[in-house]
Structure formats: structure tokens, C-alpha cells
Design a protein around this ligand. Structure first.
Ligand SMILES: Cc1cc2nc3c(=O)[nH]c(=O)nc-3n(C[C@H](O)[C@H](O)[C@H](O)COP(=O)(O)OP(=O)(O)OC[C@H]3O[C@@H](n4cnc5c(N)ncnc54)[C@H](O)[C@@H]3O)c2cc1C
Length: 520
């Protein structure tokens, strides 16, 4: 009953009659300055993940919408991010399977890899997606404005020699890779350059300890490069659970990645055309065909002339927003990679953009459209993959205290890698899968799940739903396992928790009472 009542206001907000009324109100409030060439109820700057999803949701609610995009539709994710990266990850996974093939009785001969052909197909795929984005905008009745947007007034934007105004404006311009300010940096490339490679370089230095660095290093290694991965600390992926990250380091090392701890202070070209990286410690590392920096990204907000719009930014160019995506300028909002405290992931930009449009154009109450940044599942497409959600053990201890936190951990071998099927040189023998479940309270509510190994990328989404709904370790243990899978291990980690308790009368030996196990 309670759940039904809670849902009502949201449904009411979506009712067509209510939508139309709100839409008309918004239209009446619209006040277009005379000089603008065209006025929109929703003017979105940036046709990437956040911008397009918010624009389409607003249009679905009946708003008159325009999207300004200066490059290819789809933004970072489609063009130089998730999508082409996953294609390359898949290529690496095919190589892994080919390697394992003889263990399963196949004779695989004459295998070669043609990067130029894969790149051509990948580019064609991305181009097709650009076209799908374009027709989606058209089919949603959204006006696409091609060009570079610059604010010329509050809620007024210039693109080329045209000016446009919006009753509401969304800034969703995304970011670009950063490069260190060191001598010889022009010899290096970024993730954007990685997607331009026509051939796999023989020797590569990958610099960075974030997810993009470990992902690209793993792909390059599997596709035939010899990779040195430069990180500053002891472990990469500093914000993630050290127990799973350490297994990643072990597996990548076994696969041939060489870890270099230190910071590059200078790049130089050698006589043979290769590149030399000199660390700030003075140590030299030579012979690289490419030096790939994946050390972070910065917002591309500097060309927007945001002061004119009254939009405040941090020193790094991030747009200052509150929890409801409001900037410091009335009627101007921001989502995606550019906001303060951003979680730089496509589904996060998409979710925030849609929630915002539901609030602005369908009247869904603010408290129901606040983006929850707390429990976001995510995958690192490293080889092997990592899938993480929620608090690490250390974060849980800090937030809840040692008395409240219980941790369950298990390491196993996926049947795929049972030793009978393994082949010589197959990385760590045999590759392992590891999961760590972080729980709080006597009921052991799951607040963190951290996994690494084959197929964990596809395992997390479903578990994520359960965790978001408040699942406990007992709930994990109560589901019937699917056999034989790797995920079944996750619901059978001892000690098992019963969802009920059975009290037995000691004299008679009979059940005296049953009840919930964790009632306080
Ligand atoms: C190598 C790599 C791998 C990634 N892998 C993943 C992954 O596996 N999973 C995941 O969830 N995320 C991944 N990401 C992150 C993801 O791509 C971003 O979080 C997401 O694209 C951010 O969306 P956005 O809307 O904020 O910006 P974007 O998608 O970058 O869109 C911004 C758009 O605005 C346009 N623009 C900028 N300035 C202007 C202007 N002045 N006028 C007009 N248009 C403008 C840009 O051209 C761009 O198209 C990856 C990123 C990279 C770099």
C-alpha cells in the first residue's frame, strides 16, 4: 500500500493532461529577447550522452528543443570513449579465446591480426551510430544546430552568426584528455590518439593509473604490443577496493604488462624514431613507438564565455552545480563530465539529464529527480574485467565503524580456466575470479560489491538492482544458485546467513519458534 502511494505523484506528473498544462505554463513564461534568431524552451549545448538524453526526454514531454553540437553527435562515449573502446576490448577478448582454443581441442593455425581492417570496421560502426543519433533527434522533433556555442548573454547563445535563446539552457559539453606540461609532450598521444592508430605499436608506454589507462594497456598488450604501464603510486585505481585491484595487477603482470613506478618528467625523440621517457628521478626508459597519456580529463568550458551567462566555474573549469543540477545562473543547468563532483560515466550523464527534464518539463517533484551518486555500479574493461559498486571495506569502516562492518570474500577459478583446459603461457595459471561483499549492521545489508574476473562485467547489473533495493547477505544466500556459472559463487559464500531463525526447545528437541533472524 505504501509503495503504491509513493508511486502516485510520479505517475500523476506523467499524465498527458498535466504535461500539457505544465508545458503551456512554461511556454507562457518564455520571454525571448527580440534579437535572437530563434527561441527554444530548452536549448541544450552539447550533443553527447547527457545533452542528447536530456533533450530527447524534454521533447518527449512536449518541449520545443534544440541541441547545439560542434563535432560528431554522440559525444565522447560514441566517438572516442566507451564504444570504440569496447570494440577494442572485444578484440582483446577474441585474442584471449584464441589463445585458450587449443586447450579445448581446437587447432588454430595461421592466426594474424589486422588492426587497419578492425579500425575501418570500428569507424564505420561509430559513423552508423552518429547517423542513428541524428535520426533520433529528428524523429524526436529536436532542432540540431551545428557549430560552436558561445554565450553572448544570460540564456543567449551564439553559433556562427546566429543567436539562439532558451527559456531553459543546459550545458553538457563534456571534457577532453589532459596532458602534463613537460618538455617533449608533443611526442605523446592521448586516448583520442589511441583511436587513430592504424597499427598496434610494438612498444608502448601507457601513463596513468585510472580506468582508461589500465583498459588501454590491457588491450594493447593482448593485441601484441609490449606495454610498460607508468603509475605514480603502488597500485592503480586508487579509489577502488585494493583486494580486487591487487589481483588485477597480478593478472596483468602475468600477461606481460611491465609496471613502472614513477613520474615522467620529459619525453625525447631518439635517432631511430622511438621515444625516450625520462622519469623525474632521472631514470630513462627507451624504445617506445608510442607514449600514451591517460592521466585525466578536463572540462571544455573555457570557450563558452560562461561569465557572460553568470555561470560560476572552479579553477579547473568545472561548472558549479547543486544537487539538482542548477548552476549559479537562473534557468541554466549542467550535467555530465563537466560538473563539480562529477562521476565521469555515460549512464550517469544520461540519468542526470533525464531526471532534470522530467522535473523541468513534466513537473516531477525535485526530491524525486535528484541524481543518486552513491550507489553507481561500474565496470573497468581491463583484462580481466573488474565490476564494482558501493563502498570499499575501508570506506565502510570509516563511515559505519568497525563494529558494524562485516566483509565476505571469496576467490575461485571460473570453470573455463580449469587446469585441464589451460595452455602454456596463459597468464597467471589459472586466472582467478574474486569477489568481496561489504555489509553493515546485524542484518548485514550489502553496501559494497567488488569483483574481478571473467564475466563479472555482465554479473554486476542484476546484483546492482538487488543492492539498490537494500539486499542483505541473507538475501544473496536465499536465491537458488544457477549452476554451473561463475555467479553462483557469489550467492554461496560462507558463512551463509539464514533469513529466519529457528529456536529449538532443548528438552523436547522440537521447534519452539521461528522468526526473522535479524530483528533488533
Ligand atoms: C577512452 C574513454 C573510455 C570511456 N569508457 C567509458 C565506459 O566504458 N563507460 C562509461 O560509462 N563511460 C566511459 N567513458 C566516459 C564517458 O564517455 C563520459 O562520461 C560521457 O561521454 C560524458 O558525457 P557528457 O554528456 O558529459 O559529455 P560528452 O559525451 O563528451 O558530450 C559533450 C559534447 O559537447 C560538444 N561540445 C563541447 N563544447 C561545445 C560547444 N562549445 N558548442 C557545441 N558543442 C560543444 C562536444 O563536441 C561533445 O559532443 C569513457 C571516456 C573515455 C575518454
Amino acid at each position: 500500500m505504501l509503495a503504491a502511494l509513493a508511486v502516485l505523484p510520479l505517475c500523476a506528473a506523467y499524465a498527458p493532461a498535466t504535461r500539457t498544462a505544465l508545458h503551456l505554463q512554461a511556454g507562457r513564461r518564455a520571454h525571448a529577447p527580440q534579437m535572437a534568431d530563434e527561441h527554444f524552451e530548452y536549448l541544450v549545448i552539447g550533443g553527447g550522452s547527457g545533452g542528447v538524453s536530456s533533450a530527447r526526454r524534454a521533447a518527449a514531454h512536449g518541449a520545443k528543443v534544440a541541441v547545439v553540437e560542434r563535432d560528431r553527435l554522440g559525444g565522447t562515449c560514441v566517438n572516442v570513449g566507451c564504444v570504440p573502446k569496447k570494440v577494442m576490448f572485444n578484440a582483446g577478448s577474441v585474442q584471449e579465446i584464441l589463445h585458450l582454443a587449443s586447450g579445448y581441442g581446437f587447432t588454430v593455425e595461421g592466426v594474424s591480426f589486422d588492426m587497419a581492417s578492425l579500425k575501418a570496421k570500428r569507424d564505420a560502426y561509430v559513423k552508423r551510430l552518429n547517423g542513428i543519433y541524428e535520426s533520433n533527434l529528428k524523429n524526436s522533433g529536436i532542432t540540431e544546430i551545428k557549430g560552436d556555442a558561445v554565450f553572448v548573454g544570460p540564456k543567449e547563445v551564439k553559433v556562427g552568426d546566429q543567436t539562439y535563446t532558451g527559456t531553459t539552457v543546459l550545458i553538457a559539453v563534456g571534457g577532453t584528455p589532459t596532458m602534463p606540461d613537460i618538455p617533449g609532450i608533443e611526442l605523446g598521444i592521448t586516448s583520442d590518439g589511441f583511436f587513430e592508430l592504424e597499427a598496434i605499436p610494438k612498444r608502448v608506454a601507457v601513463v596513468g593509473s585510472g580506468y582508461i589507462a589500465v583498459e588501454l594497456a590491457g588491450i594493447l598488450q593482448l593485441l601484441g604490443a609490449q606495454v610498460d604501464l607508468f603509475i605514480r603510486g603502488e597500485l592503480p585505481l586508487r579509489t577502488m577496493e585494493p583486494d580486487v585491484v591487487s589481483l588485477l595487477v597480478e593478472e596483468m603482470t602475468a600477461a606481460g604488462v611491465n609496471w613502472v613506478r614513477g613520474e615522467i618528467g620529459e619525453l625525447a625523440a631518439a635517432a631511430d624514431g622511438t621515444k625516450t621517457a625520462t622519469l623525474t628521478s632521472g631514470a630513462k626508459h627507451e624504445g617506445y613507438d608510442e607514449v600514451l597519456f591517460a592521466i585525466g580529463r578536463r572540462p571544455v568550458t573555457e570557450s563558452l564565455n560562461l561569465e557572460t551567462a553568470g555561470v560560476e566555474t572552479t579553477a579547473n573549469g568545472e561548472v558549479v552545480v547543486d544537487a539538482a543540477q542548477r548552476t549559479t545562473a537562473d534557468g541554466v543547468y549542467a550535467v555530465g563530465d563537466i560538473i563539480t563532483g562529477a562521476v565521469q560515466l555515460t549512464p550517469v550523464a544520461i540519468a542526470a539529464g533525464r531526471l532534470l527534464s522530467d522535473r523541468l518539463f513534466a513537473g516531477v517533484p525535485e526530491e524525486e529527480t535528484i541524481m543518486d551518486y552513491d550507489m553507481i555500479p561500474t565496470v573497468v574493461f581491463s583484462h580481466p574485467t573488474m565490476a564494482v559498486m558501493g563502498l570499499t571495506e575501508a570506506q565502510a569502516l570509516e563511515r559505519y565503524g568497525a563494529d558494524e562492518v562485516t566483509v565476505h570474500k571469496s576467490t575461485w577459478v571460473n570453470m573455463m580456466y580449469s587446469r585441464e583446459f589451460l595452455v602454456e603461457g596463459h597468464g597467471a595459471m589459472p586466472p582467478k575470479t574474486r569477489a568481496k561483499i561489504v555489509c553493515v549492521g546485524p542484518e548485514q545489508r550489502v553496501v559494497g560489491l567488488h569483483m574481478i574476473g571473467l564475466a563479472v562485467d555482465e554479473m554486476l547489473q542484476g546484483f546492482g538492482v538487488a543492492i539498490k533495493m537494500g539486499a542483505t547477505k541473507a538475501d544473496f544466500d536465499s536465491i537458488v544458485a544457477i549452476h554451473p556459472t561463475s555467479s553462483e559463487e557469489l550467492v554461496t559464500i560462507p558463512p551463509w546467513q539464514a533469513k529466519y531463525k529457528v529456536a529449538v526447545d532443548e528438552t523436547t528437541g522440537k521447534v519452539a519458534a521461528t522468526g526473522p533472524a535479524f530483528a533488533r
